[in-house]
Structures are given as structure tokens and as C-alpha cells.
Design a protein around this ligand. Sequence first.
Ligand SMILES: Cc1cc2nc3c(=O)[nH]c(=O)nc-3n(C[C@H](O)[C@H](O)[C@H](O)COP(=O)(O)O)c2cc1C
Length: 329
Amino acid sequence: MADLSTRYMGISLRNPLIIGSSGLSDSVEKIKNLEKNGAGAIVLRSIFEEEIVKEYEEIFQAMDSFQSNLEYLDYYDYKIKEKNIEQYLTLIRNAKKEVNIPIFASINCLSAQEWTFFARKLQEAGADGIELNIFSHPADTSRSSDEIEKEYFEIIEKVLSEVNIPVALKVGYHFSNLENILQKFSKTGIQGLILFNRYFNPDFDIDHLRVIPSYILSSPSELYLSLRWVEIMSDRIDCSIAASTGIHNGEAVVKQLLAGADAVQIVSTVYKNGVSCLETMLKYLEKWMQKHNYHSIEQFKGKMCQSKSDNPALYERVQFLRYFKEYKH
Ligand SMILES: Cc1cc2nc3c(=O)[nH]c(=O)nc-3n(C[C@H](O)[C@H](O)[C@H](O)COP(=O)(O)O)c2cc1C
């Protein structure tokens, strides 16, 4: 039998299938069911920094008449944060009692302020690691890319100073020199990079002239952006990689491992096909390994990364004249 175990963020996983951050794991029952069906690890839904800050501002507005009593306000500030985080911490504590697979907490953060003490609380609750989902929308004309990037490093530094469990960074691809910045992130002391987050995109309802969400779930054709960057980066960075977005079947898992990912994160396929897709994907991986005579993931991980390719330029080519010209309809 093939050994499907892998190491991710310095932690042993029984297999490389991680349930990505989402509502798929918002109760202990769901977490137990994901473990039973084969998940290698689980990332909980994110706690949003903005959620907390918004409530905080609202209560301050509502309490205008108490503005002079700062102690009282401090008490509310503390209580509000406690209420939001307590549910999250309880989920981690209870999940850790019930399952053996690693449970990662996730924080959606915009700044290095306010919330960084949460990181320590997540560690105390028993989280095996923390995923930082940082996104600063790169459409603010008043800020330079340097300023935006500096914030990422500030957040990472602050969180790393709070905890000693492994921390990973989940990012998008909106950087002007992606390779350079990913390399720099990997040298900060984080243990993992998740390539890539998938963001909400607005669509239009053209009859009612309203903004509506576009596709919430990914499609299998979205695999390739992540695949390209995993294969380019996998032996150029100093931390683990979890591939994410568009991984819907066993074949996509094999491709990402060949590109050099240590693990993959899946969300949309589980929403679409139910938890039984985990077993189907794991069976595919095992069969493929048997067919190619691999006994462990280590034997083939990264075999198709860019630096091992006979034609490394292929991995960087984006405007493929020959393919465009030969395309027939
Ligand atoms: C319903 C839903 C909820 C999600 N919630 C979160 C979240 O709380 N935090 C986060 O970092 N990503 C969240 N994501 C993004 C996923 O973790 C993942 O990065 C994205 O869906 C791409 O993976 P996929 O192609 O396997 O779906 C969510 C995705 C979906 C579909």
C-alpha cells in the first residue's frame, strides 16, 4: 500500500488533502465527519479583523453619551471581542478533543493592529497552526506597492512574536514581482504559503442594475494559475507550500504534488460533491502512485517543478503565439 503521508508546516499529515478555510468545518460534527472521510487536516473559517473592528466602532457610536467614561468603554471593547472570539476558541477546543488530525485556525487580517493578541489565544485553545489570510486591495491609488507590502511583513512579524505554533500565509497573486515577494515571505519565519486565495468577484444583474456575487465556487479550470506558481516556486522558497484553488479531483492533486506542493487545500469540490469526494481523490492518488511504482509522496514530489524541467522557459511563457495561431474554431 502506498504511503500517502506528507509533512506540511513541520507537521505530519496522514495525507495531503487539507480542507481549506470555509464553513465546511464550522461545527465539531462536521469536523469529525471530515476526519472520518479522510481529511488530512482542516483549516477553520477565518475570523475577520474587520468584523471585530466594525462591531467595536458601532458600539462606540451607540455609546456616545458615555464617551467620558473610558474605563467603561474599555470594558465593552473587551467584552465585544471576547464574545466573537469565544465561539471560535470553543470550536478549536472541542474539535481538538474529538479528532486527531491537525486543526488550523485562520485570521483574515488587514493590518497589524488590534487583533494580533488573538493569535496567542488561538494557540492556547490548541490550534496546531495559524493561517493568516492577508489581503489589501491593490486599487487604492494613494498607496504605493511598497507601503502595501510593508504591511504584510508587519503583520507576519507581529503574529510570529505572539506564538510558537507554525504560521502560514495565504495570499493572492496581486504583486508586481510575485516570485520575489513569495521568496521574501518564506524567509520571515513562516512555515507555509498557501498559493492562492480565491477572492470574491462582483458580477452585474443587468435587468435590475444590481451588483451580485459571481461564482462563489471555483471550477476545475482555475487550477492552472496555482499550478504554474507552485511549479515555479516550490524549490525556491524556504517553507512548505499548500496549493489552493481549482483542485477538484485526484488528477489535480497529483499535478500539484508533481509541481512541488507539500499539500493541497480543497473547498469547492467538497461543497459540490460532498465529503465522499475525499475518498475518491485519495483512491485516485494511491492508484496513480501504484501505477508509477511510487511508495511515498516524497519519491515524486516536485519532479515536475521548473528547475527540473528540460524546458524551464515553458513555465514562464504567458503569450503563446504558436497556440494562439493554431487555435481553430
Ligand atoms: C463558501 C466559502 C467560504 C470561504 N471562507 C473562507 C474563509 O473564511 N477564509 C479564507 O481564507 N478562505 C475562505 N474561502 C476560500 C477558500 O478557502 C479557498 O481558498 C477557495 O475557495 C479556493 O479553493 P477551492 O477552489 O478549492 O474552492 C471560502 C470559500 C468558500 C467557497
